[in-house]
Design a protein around this ligand. Structure first.
Ligand code: C5P
Length: 243
């Protein structure tokens, strides 16, 4: 499934390819993590838990002042005009990526207001497997759904997609190299899959399959030495992109 041919050739600094999911409960805790991880992480994702701290935008500004890149993972899903207005507000902030989890009209609305912000379409959450999709009323395989959602998102002008590393190679094979693939659900072989993530791959397989970025949360935050774990992943990434 994974072939060297799908390795990303986009001019992305290797150390920015690891995105840390900062799923924590307060601004102070978030800053402590960033200080603790130091140079081992250059790109941070702020999701729903961080939004609920009430200090989401303070954290965005602080991360930017530290020279870090920011991914706002709020998964916008609403009537198109509301999505458009939300993206319009967000693109004024120092944010690099944002997510939209919607149908064509929602994606189109987000793209129309994105400015320099990159819009990533959520395809199928990495915590969902075939059985979960059945429960939601989708009679299809996760891979087929990822592919059809990605195809539409790119046609509508999204900059890329969020997809499991399991589907990255198929996306590259069918849709080409000219869009971003950001892959969460990264699990090192040793702790796979003891939590809610179901469609998981390890760091190397995600990139060899064609991911441009990976999103990692718990495998780093819950490691005995998180900075060492992040550096270990950075070394893997450096090795892959060096040679
Ligand atoms: O802790 P873990 O490594 O599972 O963190 C993955 C992060 O990526 C979480 O913040 C989760 O919200 C996010 N995410 C995901 N699957 C998607 C989109 C985002 O797991 N399709």
């Amino acid at each position: 499934m994974t072939t060297q041919g799908y390795l990303s050739t986009k001019p992305i600094p290797a150390r920015e390819r690891l995105i840390l999911a900062l799923d924590v409960a307060s601004l102070e805790e978030g800053k402590r993590w960033v200080d603790r991880l130091g140079d081992s992480v250059q790109f941070y994702k702020l999701g729903l838990q961080f939004l609920m701290t009430g200090q989401y935008f303070e954290m965005i500004d602080w991360l930017a002042s530290q020279g870090k890149k920011v991914f706002a993972d709020i998964k916008f899903f609403d009537v198109p005009e509301t999505v458009r207005l939300a993206v319009e507000q967000l693109q004024r902030r120092r944010v690099d990526f944002a997510t939209v989890h919607g149908n064509d009209a929602m994606l189109e609305a987000a793209v129309s207001a994105k400015g320099n912000l990159k819009i990533l379409a959520v395809t199928v959450l990495t915590s969902l497997d075939r059985g979960d999709l059945d429960d939601l009323g989708f009679q299809c395989d996760p891979e087929e759904l990822v592919l059809s959602r990605a195809r539409r998102a790119l046609k509508l002008g999204c900059d890329g997609v969020i997809s499991s590393g399991l589907e990255a190679a198929r996306l590259r094979g069918e849709l080409g190299a000219n869009f971003l693939v950001v892959s969460p659900g990264i699990r090192p072989v040793e702790n796979r899959p003891s939590d809610d993530q179901k469609r998981t791959v390890d760091v190397a397989d995600a990139f060899l399959g064609g991911a441009d970025y990976i999103v990692v949360g718990r495998p780093i935050r819950q490691a005995p030495d998180p900075r060492a774990k992040a550096e270990e992943m950075q070394a893997t990434i450096a090795g892959i992109f060096r040679g």
